[in-house]
Design a protein around this ligand. Structure first.
Ligand code: FE2
Length: 444
């Protein structure tokens, strides 16, 4: 009886989560006006239409044959929509809108994939002991892959001119930050990185394994994220023109791309405007600044500080001052993420002023570590000891262990709650300016 009950629960939970993730991605595509679906808002990325097919092709290529023995019904689409692009080096894509199938053909493909997979998933999960031994993990991969795209697609659609989108042009711009930033001292202690398999069967990506503990020496960290106001001071002090603040590659990028301010800002005469998802507003000075890793690093150099390491982030977020060394699951404790704890899980399209969620502070009183913007670290994305690539998705992490990507922690307003687990690691290259990523400084 217990086995049947847990099979039902498993089926319900995974199927419901997949359906919810699909709802998220469908909603996102629905904000694009139909005549703009073949646009390419970011030069290095695919046209929007690619991603409509990609989310389904990914699920199909992952599950259909491997888990269920299903035969392809649209093999050309399975291949066409298979791969995205990471914008490191190389040339820009040159395809034309006419190179892609019609929206109707793609919609038909999407429906066909969903119907076939849903039927097979329902069947398989009713007898979880008989199917593919990694089915549950593969379904988690499909769900999180889609939710990650729901976030990175938001970065992309953020670059699409507002007249090409439909959506509420309301931006919650509260005038004032709720708190003043200061440096908080974090005493030396241990931090657990990666997925500590305490409960046995929690899902984590390959780069989260193996979980391990590290000793973190004492350091100080800013209570709040660097705000647009703070960053404006850096700009007014000539930060973008000061060669000494930038490493060679970042200076070259900045010069060749004419980067003179954060990508989310636009100068309008004497004013700075913020490019929101659906409208422009006067730059909200108390919001965390969203910048590339290179710009964040130049700012920290200006102050003689640094970005935190991945381990320092963990210590500040999940550690506690008590000598017992007990770590929390979330900065605020072990309670499941809720609106009172931070700005995440698709609550908003934009950030909120720093310090808006004191209930989400860590044991040390550090604010907004999870939500309101990913946090850049100075740790290069690299495997943990014991890393083993997933056999059914070998390139997920391993393709990016190239010394050209940095770890981001925390989460943004568009990060799904399931990816707020402490072991989740995000990464981007340092010169990609469109991510909902902010930072804070450390001294040590
Ligand atoms: Fe993908």
């Amino acid at each position: 009886m217990a086995a049947i009950t847990s099979a039902v629960r498993l089926r319900h939970s995974l199927s419901a989560r997949l359906a919810d993730a699909r709802k998220r991605s469908d909603e996102l595509f629905a904000i694009v006006r139909s005549e703009s679906m073949y646009d390419r808002p970011i030069a290095e990325r695919h046209r929007i239409i690619f991603y409509v097919g990609h989310l389904e092709a990914f699920d199909w290529n992952l599950l259909a044959e491997r888990a269920f023995g299903l035969r392809p019904f649209q093999r050309t689409f399975d291949q066409l929509f298979s791969f995205g692009i990471d914008p490191v080096g190389g040339g820009l894509p040159t395809d034309a809108p006419s190179d892609w199938p019609s929206r109707e053909e793609i919609t038909k493909y999407v429906q066909g994939v969903r119907e076939s997979l849903d039927h097979a998933i329902e069947e398989a999960l009713s007898k979880p002991d008989e199917g593919h031994p990694q089915l549950k993990t593969m379904l988690e991969v499909a769900i999180e892959h889609r939710l990650m795209h729901a976030e990175t697609l938001a970065y992309m659609l953020h670059r699409l001119p507002t007249e090409k989108k439909t959506g509420e042009a309301i931006v919650r711009t509260r005038a004032k930050a709720h708190t003043k930033t200061e440096l908080i001292e974090i005493p030396a202690g241990r931090a657990t990185l990666g997925l500590a398999m305490k409960n046995g069967n929690e899902f984590g990506w390959d780069n989260e394994m193996e979980g391990h503990e590290v000793e973190v020496p004492a350091f100080s960290i800013e209570k709040c994220n660097v705000t647009n106001r703070d960053f404006l001071r850096f700009m007014q002090a000539g930060g973008y023109e000061n060669r000494a603040l930038w490493d060679d590659a970042s200076w070259k990028w900045k010069e060749s791309e004419n980067v003179e301010h954060p990508a989310f800002w636009r100068r309008d005469g004497n004013l700075w405007m913020y490019r929101g998802m659906f409208s422009e507003v006067r730059l909200p000075l108390d919001w965390p600044v969203y910048v590339s890793h290179a710009e964040a690093t130049a700012y920290t150099n200006w102050l003689g500080r640094k970005l935190p390491t991945e381990a320092q982030f963990h210590r500040a977020a999940y550690g506690s001052p008590e000598s017992s060394g007990t770590e929390r699951f979330y900065p605020w404790g072990d309670e499941a993420p809720g609106e009172q704890h931070g700005n995440f899980d698709f609550q908003a399209w934009e950030p909120l002023p720093v310090g808006t969620h004191p209930a989400g502070a860590s044991a040390f009183g550090v604010q907004d570590l999870v939500g309101n913007g990913w946090e850049w670290t100075r740790t290069e994305f690299a495997p943990f000891s014991g890393f083993k690539a997933m056999s059914f998705y070998p390139g997920y992490s391993a393709n990016f262990f190239d010394g050209k990507h940095y770890v981001m922690k925390g989460g943004s307003p568009r990060t799904a709650a399931c990816m707020l687990r402490p072991s989740f690691r995000n990464w981007f290259q340092p010169h990609y300016p469109y991510v909902y990523a902010t930072f804070r400084c450390v001294e040590n």
